[in-house]
Structure formats: C-alpha cells, structure tokens
Design a binder for this molecule. Structure first.
Ligand code: NAD
Length: 450
C-alpha cells in the first residue's frame, strides 16, 4: 500500500512511499539480529567513533534535515534547526558515554563480585510525529551506545527524517543492519515489533492510549518497555512572580510546535489576585506570536500536522474562548492560538488537547495550586513562576511530575533525565539515565578461595 506524505502547510505531497507490512518488519528484525553480535563485540572506542561520525554528518546536513522536518511536520524552520542541532548533540553525548557506562566491583566475602552492563539485543523503537527526528535520537543514541541493534518505526505521518538518518548512519560507517527503519502503520509494524520474539525491548513515545497496548503486548513475553506518554502540565504563576517574564514565556510553553508537545504547559494556573492583570498580559503576548509559513525564518507557529488532528483539536472548544488568534488564509491545517477560562474539571483541563489551546485556571494559595496541578492522571512536566526561592523548591518537591522548570519553560536537555510520573509513563530518556533502559545489569561472583 502506498503512503502519501503531506506538507501540513500546503497540503501538497512531499513523498509517496511503499508501506511495510509484517514481512518487511520481520526482515528488519532479522537484519538487526544478524548485525547484533558484531556490534556488541566492537571495541568501545570504535563504536564511539562511528557514532561521533554520525553526529558530525547530522550536523553537516543540518539545513537539509531541518527543511525535511519542516516540510513534513509543518513546524517553523527555526525550531527544526534547533531540533536537528540537538540530534547531533545527542549522538555526540552517547558516543562519549560508550566507555563511561560501566559496572562496579562490590565488597563481598570469599571472592570478587563484579557487575557488567550488557546490551539487550534487538530493540524496537516506536516514535510519534511531533518531534520525529529528535525523539528518535533520544532512543537510538543510548540504544546503539549500549551495543544494541535497532528497528526504528517512525509515525506514518512523518517518516522522512528517520529514513535520512538511516542513510547517514550507513555513510558514517555504522554497519548495515545496526540501524533499520521500517515505515508502516502502527497497528501492523508497531504490533509486529511488540509481539516479535527476537525483539528484546520496546522504547515507545506516543499517546497513553497506545502506550497501554504496548505495555499489555510486551507483558506476554516480559519484554522490556520504556513508555514516554502524554501530558497535561501546569504552568503555575504565583502573585509574587515576575509577571512580565512569566507572561512573555507562557505562549511558547503551550503554543510551541502548535501545542503538539507532550510537555506543553496547557493548564495555566494563576493566583487570583493577579489573574486579570496576568491574563491581559498573556493575551497581548499571544497576539504577538508570529503564525504563518513554516519556512519563513521569523515564524513562531505553523499548522497542525493533519486535517484529522485539526478536527480532534477543534472538538475541545466547547465554550466561548477568551481569546482566539488568527491564522493564514488558504491551504494548510491551521488552528488558531486559543485561550479558554476553565475549571480543572472541564474536559479541556483534563484531556491532552495536543493543539494550541490553553486552559486558564485561577487558584487561591500555594496548597490550592499544588492540589490543582496534581489533580490529573498525567505527570510529565511543568513550570513554577515565583520570586520566592523557598516556595519554588517547596512546590517543586510537592508536584507529581518528572520534569520541572522554575522561572523557565525549558523541559529537555541532552544531559538531564526526561520522563514521566503517573500515566505519563516510566523510564527515563536523555542523560546517563537513558543507558539504564538499554542495558541489563549482570552480576558475576568469582571465588578467591582454593
Ligand atoms: P500515537 O500513540 O498515536 O502514535 C505513536 C507511535 O505509535 C506512532 O509511530 C504510531 O504509528 C505507533 N502506533 C500507533 N498504534 C500502534 C499500535 N497499536 N501498536 C504499536 N504502535 C502503534 O501518538 P502520536 O499521535 O503519534 O503522538 C502524540 C502523542 O505522543 C501525544 O499523546 C503526546 O503527548 C505523546 N508524546 C509523548 C512524549 C513524551 O516524551 N512523553 C513526547 C512526544 C509525544
């Protein structure tokens, strides 16, 4: 079956691809299995060198990859450039980690006890469409560094940069079969990977709904699984915050990537005494956001990824918004920045919209803010805005979420752990923590007696 890949800003095709089915998925797993013994056995310094070369090639092709991503996802070119830059950094980081992630010797009686970090084997990596290359690299980097071989399944809507990455890996000298990309439907290729006896682990990023199925399927054979799922994060603005900075930053925290961001701070919690003042500043900052042609350097927000997704996002607007932004005329899956006043019980505050829609919720005091922020099945990210340092840390400790920023929107850095609490998933990506998810600890005891 042919897959037509569209540019969300023009609705024109960017490519037509042949979709893989069960047979092609099996072939990719077989290739990864065949490549595994040699990749596992390669000298660490050689593995690191090959990964460093891949990082260099990604950097050399930054503009090409960024344009490919922008035309496939509809995200602003300046965002894509930043993301491709991060991909190169991720491969550099994990190239450096190859010989720095090691076991221990443990004091025991009667001998020597040592631990080894062993690779898992063939790992299946299933990624979403919102940050296609970036999220792929967060998994491919640590997986390869630990000595695993990979079958990567990009989302059907956005396969272009994953295919290019596999080509660059070959160009870097990474042996054939070490990194395989299979383009096809989640229900076919994804399911096949989950149930394949030769796949040792599934690294999954996507919706909580599909994640539940991944975990259920993986349970059949006790397959390892890392789940990076949805979010409904809070942006908490206390009355003592630098309101100007908080209001200037808030639109980027929820409308960045057109809201198609698992870390989107889509619930904006504002202390009641500054609520009206803050909302007026937020509306002004949102109005100033540059929405338009993703290939224009100045653009800050592009369209949604697909027509179907736009219908889903629109279904969340059930009451008269406080503010609705403008969008370009003509083709493209545009959706305006939308601010809605809500309570935390409204659907718009409970479910992940995954579009440029923010719910504004007032709160009374610190305890109220913590209560509202934690009253969600998710726990991925969030921000706290206050000039009171003690409060900032008190609230940070009380929030049930994997990633937090104080007086900032930042969520991900190459060297720091990223992942969720509660139904946002488990396991950590990025930083040295990610290596734990792509290796097993083996304990060996050797007697010194006799
Ligand atoms: P999705 O769950 O629909 O799809 C994700 C991937 O899973 C795709 O490659 C898809 O083809 C595949 N898939 C779909 N059905 C499958 C099945 N039955 N078996 C196996 N694989 C299957 O998610 P999406 O719409 O592509 O992405 C949006 C979601 O991803 C949002 O919920 C968002 O919060 C989440 N996300 C989470 C993070 C994170 O790090 N926590 C990051 C980005 C996106």
């Amino acid at each position: 079956m042919t897959l037509r890949v569209l540019n969300p800003a023009t609705e024109q095709p960017v490519a037509e691809l042949e979709q893989a089915g069960d047979a092609e998925t099996d072939r990719a797993v077989a290739a990864a299995k065949a490549a595994y013994p040699a990749w596992r056995a390669i000298a660490p310094s050689d593995r690191a060198r090959l990964m460093r070369r891949l990082a260099g090639l990604v950097d050399d092709h930054r503009e090409e990859l960024a344009l490919l991503e922008t035309r496939n996802v509809g995200k602003p070119i300046s965002d894509s450039r930043g993301e491709v830059g991060m991909v190169a950094e991720v491969f550099h980081y994990y190239a450096g980690a190859v010989d720095k992630h090691f076991g221990q010797t443990i004091p025991v009686a009667g001998g020597v006890d040592m631990t080894f970090r062993e690779p898992l084997g063939v790992v299946g990596l299933i990624v979403p469409w919102n940050f296609p290359l970036n999220i792929a690299s967060w998994k491919v980097g640590p997986a390869l560094a630990c000595g695993n071989t990979v079958v990567l399944k990009p989302a059907e809507l956005t396969p272009m940069t994953a295919i290019r990455l596999a080509e660059l890996a070959l160009e870097a000298g990474i042996p054939k079969g070490v990194l395989n990309v299979v383009v096809g439907p989640g229900r076919v290729v994804g399911e096949r990977l989950i149930h394949h006896p030769d796949v040792a682990k599934i690294g999954f990023t996507g919706s909580t709904e599909v994640g539940i199925g991944v975990m259920r399927g993986a349970a059949e054979s006790i397959k390892r699984v890392t789940l990076e799922l949805g979010g409904k994060s809070a942006n908490i603005v206390f009355a003592d915050a630098d309101l100007e900075r908080a209001a200037a930053a808030a639109p980027y925290a929820v409308f960045g990537n057109a809201g198609q961001d698992c870390c989107a701070r889509s619930r904006i919690l504002v202390q009641r005494e500054v609520y009206d003042r803050f909302v007026a500043m937020l509306v002004a900052a949102t109005r100033a956001l540059r929405v338009g042609d993703p290939e224009d350097d100045a653009t800050e927000m592009g369209p949604l990824v697909s027509a179907g997704h736009r219908t889903t996002v629109a279904s969340f607007i059930e009451s008269e918004p406080l503010f609705t932004g403008s969008t370009p005329d003509g083709p493209g899956f545009w959706f305006p920045c939308t601010l809605v006043e809500a309570t935390n019980n409204d659907r718009i505050a409970r479910d992940e919209v995954f579009g440029p829609v923010a719910a504004l919720i007032p709160f009374t005091d610190e305890a109220d803010a913590i209560g509202i922020a934690n009253d969600t099945p998710y726990g991925l990210s969030g921000s706290i805005w206050t000039t009171n340092g003690a409060r900032a840390l008190r609230v940070a400790r009380a929030l049930e979420t994997g990633v937090l920023s104080i007086n900032s929107n930042s969520s991900v850095r190459v060297s720091t752990p990223f992942g969720g609490f509660k139904q946002s998933g488990f396991g950590r990506e990025l930083g040295m923590n990610a290596l734990d998810g792509y290796s097993e600890v083996k304990n060996v005891f050797m007697t010194t007696e006799g």
